[in-house]
Design a protein around this ligand. Structure first.
Ligand code: ARG
Length: 443
């Protein structure tokens, strides 16, 4: 079944190639495609293109299809091209010719654009929730272990004293900034492209403001050419936000892997959270964090792949854009799985309280000792030389205590400020408005 069939059947090889992965991937878009159709038919009735008595029939059927689309068994049938065709087919089976009316004033171009926006909007909400949970865990751990010192490194060489409070807190603040970037992606996504049709609007007097409100969008993508350009641009911006968050997770995962190595021995995982070796009986490997790193490094390639697909396209729709779905749709699940498992494992991580008892870490305190002499009145450069001499002559015996007071330092982690910054960003996501609109639409 093809929405555009005109009596000539398409070559089987061409059909297989052009449909590509749409049948599997479009299933993810199914509920969103139906939501779009619900809003569209309400609007069509309001401008007289669907009869008053026809609307309830369509709405009942679409709402029941929506429920069906959420069930695991929902498929795009063999011979059906994509989700847009599947929904229209199912509707027409139930309602006959009335089902065919829903495509007035619409094209699959603005349909898929809308589906993607709604899909991305919903998945961004999940990503934001999961990021917030992980950031919360890191804030908790930071507070709990604020007094436990650990080495800080530059060039991977022992540098200055750090603490678990500082280390955990750093990830909370990094994730908070990632939420900021996700918010830009969310705002860009949360604009309605429906009604741009094939990319040049329609001669029907569509009420795009109405569908914007019904679907809970914050704004319209007004210009219909620009609305169509949202295909590719939305994915690119969102993938940058994803990649940014993935970069935080990947760096964090590397730290954990490094700190779990016996040569560091700063943190450990309960045995049940590690994996073994088929040959070495003693192994307790941090596979979880290696996989987080692997997935998240892969996700950082996403913006480049998406950029390249859209790179040389002029304005207007092109089938190239279909390939982007193969990249962006699975990315959410991949990132969500990393966020979930990172939160689970980090919630159970154990820390070593006695790292600095090892004499090799004494030099961490060289700057502390220089600063102490400076505070007693010795010029910094002389103090630096004096401590350098003590180190060279094997006389250096630091106190191994730190007294840092400025904002964001070991002794003043500013966790409340970081939490407040995070809350302020979270307030800027209008998830409640969106969810309220969708609940109303389905009522
Ligand atoms: N599967 C197509 C896509 O993802 C749907 C839109 C088809 N539009 C068209 N003009 N052929 O882009």
């Amino acid at each position: 079944m093809k929405l555009w069939e005109k009596g000539v059947s398409v070559d089987a090889a061409i059909e297989k190639f052009t449909v590509g992965k749409d049948r599997e991937l479009d299933v993810l878009l199914a509920p969103f495609d139906i939501l779009g159709s619900i809003a569209h038919v309400i609007m069509l009735e309001s401008i007289g293109l669907i009869g008053r008595e026809e609307l309830p029939l369509l709405l009942t059927e679409l709402k029941s299809l929506y429920q069906e689309s959420l069930k695991p068994g929902f498929i795009i049938e063999p011979g059906v091209e994509d989700i847009h065709s599947q929904v229209e087919l199912m509707l027409t089976r139930k309602l006959g010719d009335l089902g065919k009316k829903i495509h007035s004033g619409r094209s699959r171009n603005d349909q898929v654009l809308l589906d993607l926006k709604l899909f991305i909007r919903s998945r961004l909400e999940t990503i934001v929730e999961k990021t917030n949970i992980l950031a919360g865990i890191m804030l908790e751990k930071s507070e709990k272990h604020k007094d436990v010192l650990m080495p800080g490194y530059t060039h991977l060489q022992i540098a200055m004293p750090s603490s678990f409070g500082l280390w955990f807190g750093a990830w909370a603040e990094s994730l908070t900034d990632d939420l900021m970037i996700l918010q830009s992606a969310w705002k860009l996504t949360n604009q309605n492209p429906l009604g741009s049709a094939a990319g040049y609007g329609s001669s029907f007097p569509l009420n795009r403001t109405l569908t914007t409100r019904l679907l809970g969008f914050e704004h319209l993508n007004y210009n219909v050419i620009y609305a169509q350009m949202g295909r590719g641009k939305t994915e690119r911006v969102v993938s940058f936000a994803i990649s940014n968050l993935a970069a935080t997770l990947s760096k964090l995962a590397f730290d954990v892997c490094l700190y779990m190595s016996q040569n560091f021995n700063f943190v450990s995982l309960p045995d049940e959270l590690t994996t073994g070796s088929s040959i070495m009986p003693h192994k307790k490997n941090p596979d979880v964090f290696e996989l987080i790193r692997g997935h998240c490094n892969k996700l950082q390639g996403l913006p480049m792949q998406i950029t390249l697909i859209a790179n040389n396209l002029p304005s207007g729709y092109f089938r190239d854009l279909q390939v982007m779905k193969e990249l962006i749709l699975p990315a959410f699940e991949e990132l969500e799985a990393c966020l979930d498992i990172a939160a689970y494992a980090l919630d159970n991580i154990r820390i070593n309280h006695t790292i600095l008892e090892d004499r090799k870490y004494d030099y961490l305190f060289s700057v502390e000792e220089v600063n102490k002499l400076t505070l007693k009145g010795m010029p910094f450069r002389d103090a630096y030389k004096e401590i350098g001499r003590q180190i060279a002559e094997g006389e250096f015996r630091p106190e191994k205590k730190v007294d840092h007071t400025h904002e964001g330092s070991i002794g003043n982690l500013c966790l409340g400020e970081i939490a407040a910054k995070k809350e302020e960003i979270l307030q800027g996501f209008n998830f409640a408005d969106v969810n309220h609109a969708i609940t109303k639409l389905l009522h």
